[in-house]
Ligand binder design. Structure first.
Ligand SMILES: [Zn+2]
Length: 104
């Protein structure tokens, strides 16, 4: 996707569509990324962890930090964690990885 953007095949509006909720979550729950935004070069890029799953009830679909996720998967529960880049400046957002979290 990013390569297509650099080559001019995809407009910035297409890839920079982070909604208000995502940008806000990035601000409050995200960790600063250690690199600039790949689209606008801004240094406000955040890494946000989103959790999903039936077993975690109403926490599903919210942004959480690693400690909160550890508590969520206590008692043998599982959830899916999406690691997402969010740029508050240009609204770039990108799913870096999706993985299953569970208590060890
Ligand atoms: Zn940006």
């Amino acid at each position: 996707m990013l390569r297509q953007f650099r080559e001019g095949q995809v407009s910035r509006e297409t890839i920079c569509d982070a909604d208000f909720l995502l940008v806000t979550a990035g601000h409050y729950h995200g960790e600063p990324a250690e690199y600039p935004c790949p689209v606008c070069g801004g240094d406000n890029l955040r890494i946000v962890l989103w959790v999903y799953g039936e077993q975690i009830g109403k926490a599903s679909g919210s942004a959480r930090n690693e400690e909160e996720i550890r508590k969520l998967v206590d008692n043998g529960r599982e959830c899916t964690v999406h690691t997402v880049e969010v740029c508050p400046d240009c609204k770039w957002n990108h799913l870096l990885k999706a993985e299953t979290a569970s208590a060890r």
